[in-house]
Design a protein around this ligand. Structure first.
Ligand code: ACO
Length: 311
């Protein structure tokens, strides 16, 4: 490393200023960012599937329009994030290859099935709620392009969270059967949502370094606790029960106590053995193959434009 580069990088981090694409950065910092941003981008793109399956079955034109907008937002988030990864020297086509070959991860949460329309509401409430808890602090992440991408993503995630909660409020005012659908979806999605925050701190190999580099601002357990504290009063207002007998307010700590997620399940799902992993990756592969002609046409058009300008 040339003289002073490491010191300048360290000082920028210490001052809470941003690292930008042209700045020198340690190899590990670059690799960690590419890993996290690529996984994040893949999650947004794979995350279009569980809810996308309900677009043709939405119960009204209004619900369909909302769901359409939401799923399109996820595609947009994936694109900003792939662009952020490209500022670090990654290649988007290569990242996509890695995803469909199972060499790069995406969030465990998108490997669970969506069994009823209430799942659309619960995903908005829990999954997008968890995404907000996790991602608002990432707006202060030390890498400029990632932090800036997060600002718009978080605004859109707030809309997603609210549409989910509003959908559930409507169902809870409906029939007994609708209320049962909501409770069933809550029961199935609660624990996988807590797992989204990652393994517990004492088993999170990347956390210490990512926090020292201020890529991550809070630990996995800290964000998980915040999510629980935020969600419990919302569940009460909605009139549903969160499926955790150990969940209770701890007056002394000023936070909720809650049970332990099944960490073996998280490991299995991350390793590819969740209920829908194979289906999700296969769908992504098919979409990529079916889109080949669009990429070829865009490249041919760009080449023609370039030849015209060069003339
Ligand atoms: N699903 C899949 N993989 C996970 C999950 C999860 N829920 N949690 C952790 N992992 C993986 C990590 O990516 C890491 O794998 P790797 O080292 O092979 O890359 C391994 O498990 C160990 O975990 P940690 O050391 O805790 O990893 P990290 O410090 O990266 O923390 C976290 C994980 C919290 C997910 C972090 O990467 C992060 O904040 N990412 C940005 C947010 C994000 O990706 N959200 C996606 C879902 S939100 C949405 O799209 C709606």
């Amino acid at each position: 490393v040339a003289d002073g580069l490491q010191e300048r990088f360290d000082a920028t981090i210490a001052r809470d200023q941003r690292i930008e694409p042209r700045d020198w950065m340690p190899k590990g910092y670059r690799a960690t960012l590419i890993r996290q941003i690529a996984q994040h981008a893949h999650s947004e793109i794979i995350g279009m599937q569980p809810e996308g399956e309900w677009i043709t079955r939405a119960p009204s034109l209004r619900r369909k329009a909302i769901l359409f907008a939401k799923v399109q937002d996820e595609a947009g988030h994936g694109l900003y994030l792939y662009s952020a990864a490209e500022t670090l020297g990654a290649d988007r086509a290569d990242l996509t290859e890695r995803l469909i070959e199972g060499r790069q991860k995406y969030s465990s949460i998108f490997n669970y099935p969506t069994l009823s329309f209430a799942d659309v509401g619960v995903i908005g409430w829990f999954v997008d709620g968890a995404a907000i808890c996790n991602q608002v602090p990432l707006c202060r992440s030390s890498y400029g392009p990632y932090a800036r991408a997060m600002v718009r993503i978080c605004k859109e995630e707030s809309f997603h969270q609210r549409q989910g909660y509003e959908l559930l409020m409507t169902m809870m005012r409906g029939t007994d059967a609708q209320r049962e659908m909501v409770q069933d979806a809550v029961n199935r999605w609660w624990w996988p949502s807590l797992m989204m925050f990652g393994p517990p701190d004492d088993n999170s190999p990347n956390s210490a370094r990512s926090m020292a580099w201020k890529i991550k601002r809070h630990s996995n357990d800290e964000l998980r606790r915040r999510f629980v504290d935020m969600t419990v009063p919302q569940a009460e207002k909605l009139g549903v029960t969160l499926p955790d007998p150990e969940l209770r307010w701890n007056e002394e700590r000023g936070h909720h106590d809650f049970g332990t997620p099944d960490w073996d399940e998280l490991t299995r799902v991350i390793q590819g053995d969740g209920p829908c992993n194979a289906r999700r990756v296969e769908r992504r592969r098919t979409a990529h193959e079916e889109g080949a002609w669009v990429r070829e046409a865009a490249l041919a058009h760009a080449a023609k434009q370039a030849a015209r300008t060069a003339r």
